[in-house]
Design a protein around this ligand. Structure first.
Ligand SMILES: [Zn+2]
Length: 242
């Protein structure tokens, strides 16, 4: 009897400990329904042997890894182009010249650009690293939106709908949690942020600030809910040391 009592006691204690640590209550990513792949226009930028070698050299300098390949991405970074046409963004990414701000090769790029009419263009394969966010390129998919402010994109239903559909599809494809769908301006507080070059450790951009990304992520979570998918919670504010 005493043994049974003790066993029951320990079982209950273990259960309570598991609950307290969140092991039994952590929201799981469930594939209740498949998210349809949105229509994507394949419009590749040149990414030949020279640019791949430049990307691998960049990854070596900044992340300590010797590859141009993007493997098992953990983060999606949302951007806007700070321009008003798809063609100007496309031409910038086509050109494999040192960027005007940091003066490094390869040229900057993003995997996707979403036009103001909601057309989704894919410029780079998802298996290839792209230079869009200092500190995160080794593990992040980059999505650009044609526009000049977060608010402009949030107010454009066609562009926002396309963006949410693409992002949700990618979160399911790569099992990425809501907290790792971030705006460029949130890059420094990502737990995946890594930068070996000290001069760039605090470098980020102003596109997609936290307050606008909270709105975006709430919309994304609502869309996920329509498929019975629990994406998890908003990212916690982490100190960046910058
Ligand atoms: Zn950006």
């Amino acid at each position: 009897m005493r043994r049974i009592f003790l066993l029951t006691f320990f079982t209950l204690a273990l259960f309570a400990a598991a609950q307290a640590s969140g092991l039994t209550t952590r929201p799981a990513l469930t594939a209740a329904a498949s998210v349809p792949k949105p229509h994507i226009v394949w419009k590749p930028i040149p990414f030949g042997a020279k640019r791949k070698a430049e990307m691998a050299a960049y990854a070596r300098r900044h992340y300590g890894i010797n590859t141009w390949r993007l493997q098992q991405p953990h983060v999606i970074v949302e951007h806007y182009t700070a321009s008003s046409s798809f063609s100007s963004a496309f031409n910038t990414f086509v050109s494999d010249t040192p960027d005007s701000e940091l003066h490094e090769l390869p040229g900057t790029c993003a995997h996707f650009v979403i036009d103001t009419d909601g057309t989704i263009y894919q410029l780079v394969s998802l298996g290839t690293m792209c230079r869009h966010t200092v500190g995160l390129n080794y593990t992040a998919i980059g999505i650009e939106h044609v526009g000049t402010s977060d608010a402009q994109i949030l107010r454009n239903p066609r562009q926002l709908r396309a963006s949410l559909a693409l992002t949700l599809w990618l979160t399911q494809k790569f099992q990425i949690k809501l907290q790792n769908v971030i705006g460029h301006n949130e890059s420094l507080s990502s737990p995946y942020h890594r930068e070996l070059y000290s001069g760039w450790r605090c470098q980020t951009h102003g596109d997609w600030r936290r307050q606008d990304m909270i709105v975006y992520r709430n919309d994304l979570r609502a869309l996920a809910g329509q498929y019975g998918i629990a994406l998890g919670s908003q990212p916690k504010l982490r100190p960046t040391g910058c």
